[in-house]
Design a protein around this ligand. Structure first.
Ligand code: 3PG
Length: 219
């Protein structure tokens, strides 16, 4: 199964808010994703960190409106990539990049957002044909200041920072010309899932999506 008829830049432009989802229960995951969808979110990253992650990807593909784009995160090896694609994930995200993973990505026509954390990693990934990156862990390695500094030498690179993004700083990132989207777990807090507070999750999504106008016109 291939991904979608979009590259990863299109995916991020379509949904500038990307929930990073650590999933423990399939029904709760569907309900949380439905609440986020109702709040305006259109792309979802299901991290391959829990045993039910692949099943959750399959179920989200079946249960969310077709407009929703379901991705797989925490892809660290070629076998994760294959498993995610087989489960129906429409794009992939990794926290970093290795030579083996690069080869596996290049062998597939599948939208992919590789993680970078340094100028040298970015340059190596650009040498391999990537132009859009997860900056991870964004806040810990310089956040907004780092992205501003990279806008000079790497003017054509675009980013989705994750790691330490929250409702209080997401707008600062989204205002940057080289940031297409921001991602994070704050959009689906574990305690709200445990309490099945779907209205609370919907409200968080609505607030986050309200940050995006005026920032995406010319990126
Ligand atoms: C990721 O994989 O992007 C991070 O785990 C998300 O980081 P956060 O929990 O700080 O949002």
């Amino acid at each position: 199964m291939k991904g979608i008829d979009m590259n990863v830049r299109d995916v991020l432009s379509f949904s500038p808010l990307l929930p990073v989802m650590v999933v423990h229960d399939v029904d709760n995951t569907i309900k949380a994703a439905q609440a986020m969808f109702e709040g305006g979110i259109r792309a979802f990253e299901i991290t391959l960190r829990t045993p039910i992650a692949l099943q959750a990807i399959r179920e989200l593909r079946n249960n969310l409106p077709r407009e929703a784009i379901i991705g797989a995160g925490t892809i660290t090896q070629a076998k994760d990539l294959q498993a995610a694609m087989q489960a129906g994930a429409q794009f992939g995200v990794s926290p970093g990049l290795t030579a083996k993973l690069t080869q596996a990505i290049q062998a597939e026509a599948w939208p992919f957002l590789p993680g970078v954390a340094s100028a040298s990693e970015l340059m190596q990934a650009m040498d391999n044909g990537f132009d859009t990156f997860k900056l991870f862990p964004a806040a810990a390695i310089g956040g907004v200041d780092l992205l501003k500094a990279w806008a000079g030498p790497f003017a054509h690179a675009r980013f989705c920072p994750t790691g330490g993004i929250h409702a209080g700083n997401a707008a600062d990132y989204l205002a940057l010309k080289n940031v297409l989207a921001v991602g994070g777990s704050w959009l689906m807090p574990a305690e709200k899932v445990a309490q099945q507070d779907w209205q609370g999750i919907r409200t968080l999504a609505q607030a986050a999506c309200a940050l995006k106008p005026q920032t995406f016109e010319s990126k």
